[in-house]
Design a protein around this ligand. Structure first.
Ligand code: NAI
Ligand code: MG
Length: 369
């Protein structure tokens, strides 16, 4: 069997610190579980700009396109706040998303039992929560044309953004949601605003047609996106997979994230279309958090978001479901043992650093094997 090709792009700030903990897990899996990951490494973000003046080099872009999956840390920091706009650290991530055509952004919101007390919602509302938000990432109002500030000539200006969705974009994102639902609780809730937006009318139509044609075994429900936001806070456990557009998904996934605790806990995946020959999807996995310059270099960063992103990689890129389940169970187990990094620390728990957290998760992962 050909090796599983992973490209690691640790990036800036706490990115490399968190990635080092994933590297240990991969080394263990290669040495003792006969996994065959082959690792390449590249530069992205500020460190890439310092090295060669671009947020990602053509050579590293080529590696990303050739990899089975990309693991991305975080980019940016005050050091690069004044670099030109087109080579700013974020440009590296945007280039990856665009060139790899990563149109489906997966953001799970899982409430680890040990952290149910630290949610901003009541414990019974979030305990055991496990939902997945599938956000369309490459279309909609963030990209639609015209997009401009128009001078109206009468002392007024007009800011214009355009929400545009074509049939194929809605078909492919809803296809991802239905397929994922089949591996979970088999339910999809589609959210749009068909009451006031034409793109919402089309969204609703196409999701309904896609469901009828290929996924009628999955339970489908439609909800207006504003009502969806309300329901996410009122009773989030009613959802399994939520599929929505770029703008609503941006907000709804941030709301869902905060149901479950700290930024340092949240993983994400971004998937492209399956290759016509191999059926493999291009994919990039990254924590939701940024480079956390305020704690970078102090050894305090929580590596769980990065490690959980690798668990998503095992699940979605390599179909290593048992290993993904086990790695997620290891994270839950370490939290059950009362171990906490500073960002999730609470009274009576044991405060540890990045490396200790990584070691504890690896030890648990090994013990569960
Ligand atoms: P941030 O996510 O880096 O940090 C926000 C707050 O959360 C900070 O107090 C930080 O210490 C804390 N935090 C974040 N991740 C943590 C972790 N794993 N463990 C413990 N604490 C954690 O967001 P911020 O401060 O707005 O941005 C910092 C830099 O990161 C900026 O340059 C920004 O542009 C960049 N950024 C990059 C992203 C990416 O690479 N995808 C995403 C968001 C921001
Ligand atoms: Mg956001």
């Amino acid at each position: 069997m050909a090796a599983k090709k992973l490209l690691l792009l640790p990036g800036d700030g706490i990115g490399p610190e968190a990635m080092a903990e994933v590297r240990k897990i991969i080394a263990y899996m290669n040495a003792e579980l006969e996994s065959d990951f082959s690792l390449e490494e590249g530069l992205v973000g500020g460190c890439a700009y310092d090295a060669h003046g671009k947020a990602i080099s053509e050579a590293d872009m080529a590696k990303a396109l050739a990899a089975d999956a990309v693991l991305f840390g975080a980019v940016g920091g005050p050091k690069w706040d004044t670099v030109p706009y087109d080579v700013r650290p974020e440009a590296g991530l945007l280039r990856l998303r665009k060139d790899m055509e990563l149109f489906a952004n997966l953001r799970p919101a899982i409430c680890y039992p040990a952290l149910a007390d630290s949610s901003s919602l009541k414990k019974e509302i979030v305990e055991g929560l496990d939902i997945l938000i599938v956000r369309e990432l490459t279309g909609g109002v963030y990209f639609g044309e015209p997009k401009e500030i128009r001078d109206l000539g009468n002392g007024q200006k007009r800011g214009i953004d355009t929400q545009v969705y074509d049939t194929y974009e809605i078909e492919r994102i809803s296809g991802v949601a239905f397929e994922l639902a089949r591996t979970r609780a088999n339910k999809v809730t589609s959210m749009e605003k068909r009451n006031v937006m034409m793109s919402g009318v089309l969204w609703n139509e196409v999701v309904t047609a896609t469901h009828k044609a290929k996924y009628s075994d999955v339970k489908l429900e439609h909800m207006l996106a504003d009502a969806g936001g309300m329901q996410l806070v009122r009773w989030p456990k009613q959802f399994d997979v939520i599929v929505t557009d770029n703008l609503f998904g941006d907000m709804l996934s941030d709301i869902a994230a905060m149901l479950t605790g700290s930024l340092g806990m949240l993983p994400s995946a971004s998937l492209g279309a399956p290759d016509a020959k191999t059926g493999k999807r291009k994919a990039l996995y990254e924590p939701v958090h940024g480079s956390a310059p305020d704690i970078a270099g102090t050894g305090a960063a929580n590596p769980i978001a990065m490690i959980a992103s690798f668990a998503m990689c095992l699940r979605y890129s390599f179909n290593m479901v048992a290993e993904a389940d086990r790695l997620e169970a290891a994270i839950a187990g370490v939290l059950d043992d009362g171990l906490r990094t500073g960002d999730i620390m609470s009274e009576g728990k044991t405060k540890i650093g990045t490396v200790e957290m990584g070691d504890a998760i690896l030890a648990k992962f090994r013990a569960l094997a």
